[in-house]
Every structure is written in C-alpha cells, then in structure tokens.
Design a protein around this ligand. Structure first.
Ligand SMILES: Cc1cc2nc3c(=O)[nH]c(=O)nc-3n(C[C@H](O)[C@H](O)[C@H](O)COP(=O)(O)OP(=O)(O)OC[C@H]3O[C@@H](n4cnc5c(N)ncnc54)[C@H](O)[C@@H]3O)c2cc1C
Length: 244
C-alpha cells in the first residue's frame, strides 16, 4: 500500500471481506442482509455493490446488489436479495449464508441512478426493484422529511411486499395478481391513471424506475405519457423480462 493515500485505499474498486451481522426475512423469498465493512465508504442512494462467491475449485460467480440502507447508516450496508429458484448466487445467500459469515464485496458503483437531493421525486419500483428506491426513501426520511417524494410500488401478492413495516403514507401499492382481503387500493399493473394520480403533486420532477426489464420499459412509457421529461427519468434494470 506504499504511496497510496487513504482515499485511494478506500476506492470502490477494491474487493473487501464484509461480515454478515444480521439477516432479516422480508417476505417468503426475500431477505435483507446487514453487512459490516472494514473499508466502508459513504454511498449515494441508488448505488449498488458487487458480490463475489468463490468455490473451493476457484470457480467464481459475481452479481450486483443495490444498497437498501441510507448512507447515514455508517459502517456497513444492507443488501436485500430475492431468491431465484434456479439461480446461482441468490439461493446461496438464502440457504447458506448465516449471521457471522464473511462475504466478498466491492462498491459502491454507478453514478447515473443516484439521488442527490433533487426534488420532487417519484419512485417507481416493481418487485425487488424497490431496493435502491428504499435507500432513497430512508435517506430522505432521515435528512429531508419534508421533501416531496412518493413511492409507487408494484407487487404480485400480499406476502410479496418488501419493507412492509416501513411503508407509510409516502407509498402507494398496486397488487398485480392478488390483493389483500379488504384492499381498497389499486389492483393490476401500473397504468397511466395510477401514475398520473401519484405523480400529480410531483411534477415537474425527477423519476427513478427500477425492476425487471419489462417493468422498466412499461413504467418509463407511462411516465412519459404522464408528462415527465425524458431526461428526468432515471432507470435501473435488474435483468430478466416479465413484470411484477
Ligand atoms: C445494478 C443491479 C442491481 C441489482 N440489485 C438487486 C437487488 O437489490 N436485489 C436482488 O434480488 N437482485 C438484484 N439484482 C439482480 C442480481 O444481480 C442477480 O441478477 C439476481 O440475484 C440473480 O442472480 P442468481 O445468481 O441468483 O441467478 P442467475 O444464476 O444469474 O440466474 C438464474 C435464472 O434467473 C434468471 N434471472 C437472472 N436475473 C434475474 C432477475 N433479476 N429477475 C428474474 N430472473 C432473473 C436468469 O435468466 C436465469 O434463468 C441487481 C442487478 C443489477 C444489474
């Protein structure tokens, strides 16, 4: 490390070994992992980390996971991982990783899909696409609770709601397959009426959209239809097609 300044030593490109300090089941197929980092550095809400698994024979698998926590939550990060049945990395986290285990990560990454305090803000998430949006919501609640920001969140079933205990008046949900008993809110995919209704007090403003490829495509078209400027719509795709 001779010759490197502390800032370079802490550069995001460095792999580091984090320790899983807590695991919280969010839904039957989603868990949040709190990871303490020896080289923790402040992130911007919306950024992600890379996670790398190495098998005993040297085979490696690497995936990206958004940061769910606020940058004020110092010393570590929270990652929220959806378990894909036929996946490589996400089932490992769900079925193998336990509190106290070490995991290899590096980050934070991305400079485009980040919230730097712009206002007003509409967040549109499908399924686990809510993760980076939650970092924005949490950070806004801690730093600028009066800043206009609302989350429009599309989930399939009642038990698919991630961060259910943290969603308040600033979140509007739609259930695409099955709504909870007595649900009086929106059902079905996000549509123009719903976007226009949730965005009414937030325009002109910035929109952040995150989810599967299909969800991001559809939601972006609706935001344009509702009057958002193209340059004010930032998107993050988690991969795979289909909608929440
Ligand atoms: C910038 C970025 C941030 C991300 N943040 C998160 C996050 O916060 N939480 C999270 O759970 N995931 C997130 N992802 C997705 C994550 O990186 C992995 O793609 C996902 O966990 C699947 O990895 P796997 O090894 O389990 O499955 P793989 O072995 O990669 O894939 C198994 C099967 O699942 C399909 N598949 C792959 N990715 C997805 C997907 N995203 N949705 C549905 N099917 C898929 C594949 O086509 C394949 O058939 C993010 C992706 C990106 C690019």
């Amino acid at each position: 490390m001779d010759g490197l300044t502390p800032a370079e030593v802490r550069a995001p490109g460095q792999w580091q070994i984090g320790t899983v300090t807590s695991i919280k089941p969010e839904t039957p197929r989603v868990k949040s992992f709190r990871i303490a980092l020896p080289m923790w550095m402040e992130h911007l809400p919306g950024q992600h980390y890379e996670v790398r698994l190495t098998a005993p024979d040297g085979y490696r698998a690497q995936r990206s996971y958004s940061i769910a926590s606020s940058p004020l939550d110092a010393g570590g990060i929270e990652l929220t991982i959806d378990r894909l049945e036929d996946g490589e990395v996400s089932p490992y986290f769900h079925d193998v990783v336990m509190e106290g285990d070490e995991v290899e990560v590096r980050g934070p990454f991305t400079s485009y899909f980040v919230w730097r305090g712009e206002r007003p803000v509409l967040l549109v998430g499908g399924g686990s696409g809510v993760v980076p949006l939650m970092s924005m919501l949490r950070h806004r609640r801690l730093t600028m609770p009066d800043l206009p920001m609302r989350l429009l969140y599309s989930v399939r079933h009642p038990d698919d709601v991630i961060y259910a205990d943290e969603l308040g008046d600033d979140a509007v949900l739609t259930f695409t397959r099955e709504a909870p008993d007595g649900w009086a809110g929106h059902v079905g995919h996000v549509d123009l009426d719903l976007v226009a209704q949730v965005a009414a007090s937030l325009m002109p403003g910035t929109a952040f959209v995150c989810g599967s490829d299909g969800f991001v495509e559809a939601a972006t078209k609706l935001l344009l239809g509702a009057g958002f400027m193209e340059r004010e719509i930032r998107t993050e795709r988690f991969g795979a097609t289909g909608q929440a």
